[in-house]
Design a protein around this ligand. Structure first.
Ligand code: 2AM
Ligand code: CA
Length: 265
């Protein structure tokens, strides 16, 4: 498999898709809801996913595609080469703010992430990694992550998880939020994983993400020495929704052992 070719084509397509999104800003969006009134989708989410599927199928008819908007394949396993695509991660931000969203794309082989791309469309910042070849912001190499302590850490964490909710006991994450230097919430899992990868935050926690939300960012985080698992410390399988916990090396283990081990995640 020519991974260098896949990597450069993926980057080319992501930039092309970003250009389409930027030029859509002065057009009226068609906004619909999915599973609930806050679960939003626009015509751009759908168009961009279909754009990727056309490009990938034309070039690689045997590759499988898992996309948020459902135009790809139904996956039962991660065998072979699978492209995991979120055409717009942070759709609510896209609609309300026209910023703080990203295109996320991961290419996996037999369940192992080989290529990861997260494109911050508005800033024209493409974060990319090919496993074993380093990670970059546009053309600039991103340095490896260093260790951090909880008391000096900024943790990306949505307020949803520290107020009463139907998924977890909301008291569980309060000690971590209290002991950390600060918490932040950006509304795009792909960007939040990039913030871990670049050291802008030290850890990121979400109680529920889909594979397309984290597949691209995970490759970049791992390439820089960060750790990404679910909140039980297990490897993510890219086939199901799961909790996600990404952090700097060392900090990941400390938080797992000292703050997460008693939770039912
Ligand atoms: P999206 O914008 O692509 O839907 C918001 O905190 C982050 O969580 C975004 O990355 C968002 O992705 C994702 N997200 C929101 N609702 C979700 C759900 N029901 N399942 C999985 N991921 C979700
Ligand atoms: Ca999306």
């Amino acid at each position: 498999m020519d991974w260098e070719k896949i990597y450069s084509q993926a980057m080319h397509w992501v930039r092309e898709a970003g250009e389409k999104i930027r030029s859509s800003f002065d057009q009226t969006l068609d906004i619909q809801t999915k599973s609930n009134p806050n679960d939003l989708v626009t015509n751009m989410d759908k168009e961009i996913e279909q754009f990727f599927i056309r490009k990938i199928k034309q070039e690689y008819s045997d590759h499988k595609i898992l996309g948020e908007e459902g135009f790809g394949d139904q996956l039962e396993s991660m065998q072979g080469i699978v492209w995991l695509i979120d055409p717009i991660d942070g759709t609510m931000n896209f609609i309300h703010q026209q910023r703080n969203f990203a295109i996320s794309l991961g290419v996996y082989e037999d369940g192992v992430g080989k290529v990861g791309l997260v494109y911050d469309v508005v800033h024209d910042e493409l974060y990319h990694a090919r496993r074993g070849n380093g990670a970059f912001l546009n053309k600039k190499p991103i340095p490896l992550l260093e260790k951090a302590t909880v008391k000096e850490a900024i943790i990306a964490l949505n307020a949803t998880w520290v107020m009463k909710n139907h998924r977890i006991d909301h008291n569980l994450l309060i000690p971590l939020a209290r002991d950390a230097r600060g918490t932040r919430s950006y509304g795009s899992a792909a960007l939040e994983l990039i913030f871990v990868a670049t050291g802008r935050v030290d850890a990121y926690i979400s109680l529920r993400l889909a594979p397309w939300d984290y597949a691209g960012g995970a490759v970049i985080v791992e390439e820089l020495g960060g750790i990404i698992t679910n909140l039980r410390g297990e490897r993510l399988d890219c086939l199901s929704q799961d909790s996600v916990f990404a952090a700097k090396p060392g900090l990941h283990q400390t938080i797992l052992e000292e703050y997460l081990k008693n939770g039912k995640w």
